[in-house]
Design a protein around this ligand. Structure first.
Ligand code: IPM
Ligand code: MN
Length: 352
């Protein structure tokens, strides 16, 4: 199979970790007789520097023409502490999500046996936890009207959801629940927010269409607690954009490190695969960042974009082996560099 992949490393540690994912993709393609063709695109602060636009038209064109997008991270401290900055690297990520219609962000949370002691949570709580967060990605406060009034002294961000948007993400989540352990948790704030009441109403209407799925409804504040009190309770979680952003950072503590969590953003056009960690500027260029989340994102790419399940499985197996054998970066208590872990995993993919 010929796989045409847009490679958007972005900022901070993005380029270093994506490079390791590329090694894994190339190894698996070699092994299975596929041909991967990578095309580079500018994104984030790197794109602002060059084009004055965090998601330039030529990058968008490249994404539309590719079968999948392998994405690193965006963000740059030059913009973080400047509230007056009109243009920010993060806008590039919002633009790519919106323009490619990537309305669903799938963030699986799994645990590795050998890492249960690395979690800030007690080992017996996290051992065996395995759930999927389905985060809505193109609506809510991220895209609602925002602004200032009263001469700038009052600011607002609005949360807006249409039936159409809620319907499609819930259907997707019900579908994933059906293929997993048939348990769906709808997370909202229906005691306060009107958008949440719409979500809940639509989910209730949909329930009879999925009689095999057990559904429960949980307020987001409670969900934030249950996630760390009893992570094994969850199978599939579905929630709106902002709640999903916050809960998935929290959920990364279950697996032990943010450097382990991969994600797939899927929707209308080309799907995008990215680690959930950000650009981690303090580590940029130091060859210390954990490349596993990026490599696992590549595994998701094989499975979701190309339907190549065996290829995805081999990547996962190689990653698991690296963790079992302690070939890990410092966030997991190891002493290996980003590229050493990447090389080891690529090599393991050939040998498995
Ligand atoms: C994420 C990130 C992004 C988000 C930022 C970088 C815009 O935190 O993918 O979770 O808030 O969605
Ligand atoms: Mn986030």
């Amino acid at each position: 199979m010929r796989l045409s992949i847009a490679k958007l490393p972005g900022d901070g540690i993005g380029p270093e970790v994506v490079e390791q994912a590329v090694k894994a993709v190339e190894a698996v393609c070699d092994r299975f007789g596929h041909e991967a063709v990578f095309t580079f695109g500018y994104m984030g602060a790197a794109a602002i520097d060059r084009f004055g636009d965090p998601y330039p038209e030529e990058t968008h064109k490249l994404c539309l023409e590719s079968d999948a997008v392998l994405f690193g991270a965006v963000g740059d401290p030059r913009y973080d502490n400047d509230p007056n900055s009109k243009i920010r690297p993060e806008q590039g990520l919002l633009a790519i999500r919106k323009q490619l219609g990537l309305y669903a962000n799938l963030r699986p949370v799994e645990t590795f046996k050998s890492l249960v002691n690395k979690s800030p949570l007690r080992a017996e709580l996290v051992d065996g936890a395995d759930f999927l967060c389905v985060r809505e990605l193109t609506g809510g406060m991220y895209f609602g009207e925002r602004g200032r009034k009263d001469g700038g002294d009052t600011a607002y961000d609005t949360c807006v959801y249409s039936r159409f948007e809620v319907d499609r993400i819930l259907r997707l989540a019900f579908g994933y629940a059906r293929r997993r352990r048939k348990h769906l948790t709808v997370v909202d704030k229906a005691n306060i927010m009107e958008t949440s009441r719409l979500w809940r109403a639509i989910a209730k209407e949909m329930e009879p269409e999925y009689p095999d799925v057990v559904v429960d409804y949980m307020f987001v504040d409670n969900a934030a607690m249950q996630l760390i009190r009893c992570p094994k309770f969850f199978d599939v979680i579905v929630t709106e954009n902002t709640f999903g952003d916050i809960l998935t950072d929290e959920a990364s503590c279950v697996s032990g490190s943010m450097g382990l969590l991969a994600s797939a953003s899927i929707g209308k056009h080309t799907s995008l695969f990215e680690p959930i960690h950000g650009s981690y500027p303090q580590a940029a260029g130091k060859n210390i960042a954990n490349p596993v989340a990026s490599i696992l994102s590549a595994a998701m790419m094989f499975e979701y974009s190309f339907g190549l399940m065996e290829e995805g499985r081999i990547i996962r197996e190689a990653v698991s082996a690296s963790i079992e054998e302690g070939v890990v970066t410092e966030d997991l208590g190891g002493n290996k560099s980003t590229s050493e872990v990447g090389d080891w995993i690529a090599d393991k993919i050939y040998k498995l």
